[in-house]
Design a protein around this ligand. Structure first.
Ligand SMILES: Nc1ncnc2c1ncn2[C@@H]1O[C@H](COP(=O)(O)OP(=O)(O)OP(=O)(O)O)[C@@H](O)[C@H]1O
Ligand SMILES: [Mg+2]
Length: 211
C-alpha cells in the first residue's frame, strides 16, 4: 500500500536545518576554556516548530548563536536550506543570514529611536526594497498582528507584549526560512507570553516557517 503524501511531500521533507558534529569551545586552548557544545546532531524539517530546553548554562544560547551565525563554531557543520554555511564567504554569509534567518531575541532589541513601523521595515530597506513598498508591507504585517493602531509609536510607548509583536514582525518581514528565538517570552508576564506563543503557532501554521 502506498503511504499517503509520500510523493507530494518528498521535496519538503529535506531538512531546512541539518547540524552534525557541532562543537563550540570558548577561549580555546586557554586555561579558561569552556567546551560549551560537544558534538551536537540535529535535523529540523521545514515547517517544524521546536524548543530547546535545558538547565542554565547548558549551551542553548550558544547553539542558537551558531545556527544564526552570530558566532563561529569550533568544528562541525551547519547546513541551512541545503547550503553548507562553512562554504560561504563573510559577505555571502551576511546576505544569507539576512534572507534566511529571522531573529527574535529577548525584549528591548528594537531600535529605540524608530517607530514600530520603521523598526519593521528596516530589514526590507537593507535588502534593497524601495521605501514606499517596504512601508506598505511593514504596515500590513503589523496590522495582521493587531498593531494597526500603534504603527507610529516608539518602543518605549508600547507594552511588553506589543514590543514583542513588533520584534516578531521585524523577524518575519523578510519571510526567512528559519526563525530563531532565544527565550522570546522570557521577560513577559504569563498572559502576554501565552499570547506570543499563540502568535508563533499561528505563524508556523500559516507560513510554514520553521521556528
Ligand atoms: N563568550 C563566552 N565566553 C566564555 N564562556 C562562555 C561564553 N558564552 C557562554 N559561555 C559559557 O558556555 C556555557 C553555555 O552558555 P549559554 O549561554 O549557551 O547557556 P544557556 O543554556 O543559554 O544558559 P541560560 O539558560 O542561562 O541562558 C556556559 O557555561 C557559559 O558560561
Ligand atoms: Mg541563554
Amino acid at each position: 500500500m502506498k503511504k499517503p503524501n509520500q510523493n507530494i511531500k518528498s521535496s519538503s521533507q529535506k531538512p531546512i536545518l541539518l547540524i552534525s558534529k557541532l562543537h563550540k569551545k570558548y577561549n580555546e586552548g586557554k586555561p579558561n576554556e569552556v567546551h560549551a557544545l560537544k558534538g551536537i546532531e540535529l535535523s529540523v524539517k521545514k515547517g517544524d516548530m521546536m524548543a530547546i530546553m535545558g538547565a542554565s548554562g547548558c549551551g542553548k544560547t550558544t547553539l542558537l548563536n551558531m545556527i544564526g551565525h552570530l558566532d563561529k563554531s569550533s568544528s562541525g557543520s551547519i547546513i541551512i536550506d541545503e547550503v553548507d554555511t562553512s562554504l560561504l564567504s563573510d559577505s555571502k554569509m551576511t546576505a544569507f543570514r539576512r534572507d534566511k534567518i529571522g531573529f527574535i531575541f529577548q525584549l528591548f532589541n528594537l531600535f529605540p529611536f524608530l517607530t514600530a513601523v520603521e523598526n519593521v521595515e528596516t530589514p526590507l530597506l537593507l535588502s534593497g526594497i524601495r521605501s514606499g513598498l517596504a512601508r506598505e508591507q511593514a504596515k500590513m504585517l503589523l496590522r495582521e498582528l493587531g498593531m494597526g493602531d500603534r504603527l507610529y509609536h516608539l518602543p518605549t510607548e508600547l507594552s511588553g507584549g506589543q514590543q514583542q509583536r513588533v520584534a516578531v514582525a521585524r523577524a518575519l518581514i523578510n519571510q526567512p526560512a528559519i526563525i530563531l528565538g532565544d527565550e522570546p517570552t522570557g521577560d513577559l508576564d504569563s498572559a502576554t507570553s501565552a499570547e506570543v506563543m499563540d502568535l508563533f503557532r499561528r505563524i508556523n501554521r500559516i507560513n510554514q516557517q520553521t521556528l
